[in-house]
Design a protein around this ligand. Structure first.
Ligand code: ATP
Ligand code: MG
Length: 138
């Protein structure tokens, strides 16, 4: 069993599709073992996306991520890091496959509704960034 971090980004929360996204996880036999709604500060968003700090879109991305509440979750399941990435679809929604979350709901390469860890090491870092052991059940 694997764990991954999922975020419903501010655009997803504003669109009222928290339930729709969680339903897709549950329909695919993915369990939610921790969840909370928070609003990031700029510093917290910069820390989370530190790997992208040299990218031209870093400032815009970290501002977007602080623009409203987000929902952070730990997902658990077999091969869930890759499974979640498959359900999310490509970063650019125009290249995302039919039926993926980003293809169905994203409007912009930046405002792409969800985040998902991309490897076991990033999942470990990202889970620890948001949750302590007491907040994880299952
Ligand atoms: P995430 O890390 O959010 O799950 P990802 O792994 O598909 O998405 P990354 O390359 O890690 O994509 O980029 C992180 C985020 O930065 C993207 O999800 C998107 O919001 C934003 N982003 C990526 N590329 C661009 C770009 N060319 N222009 C603007 N924003 C971008
Ligand atoms: Mg990424």
């Amino acid at each position: 069993m694997e764990r991954t971090l999922s975020i419903i980004k501010p655009d997803g929360v504003k669109k009222n599709i928290i339930g729709e996204i969680i339903k897709r996880f549950e329909d695919n036999n993915i369990k939610i073992i921790a969840m909370k709604k928070i609003q990031l500060t700029k510093t917290q968003a910069q820390g989370f996306y530190a790997v992208h700090k040299e990218r031209p879109f870093f400032d815009s991305l970290t501002s977007f991520m602080t623009s409203g509440p987000i929902v952070v979750m730990i997902l658990k399941g077999e091969n869930v890091i890759a499974e979640n990435r498959k359900l999310m679809g490509a970063t650019n929604f125009k290249e995302a496959e039919q039926g993926t979350i980003r293809r169905d709901f994203a409007t912009d390469i930046e405002k792409n509704v969800v985040h998902g860890s991309d490897a076991p090491e990033t999942a470990l870092f990202e889970i620890g960034y948001f949750f302590n052991a007491m907040e994880i059940v299952g």
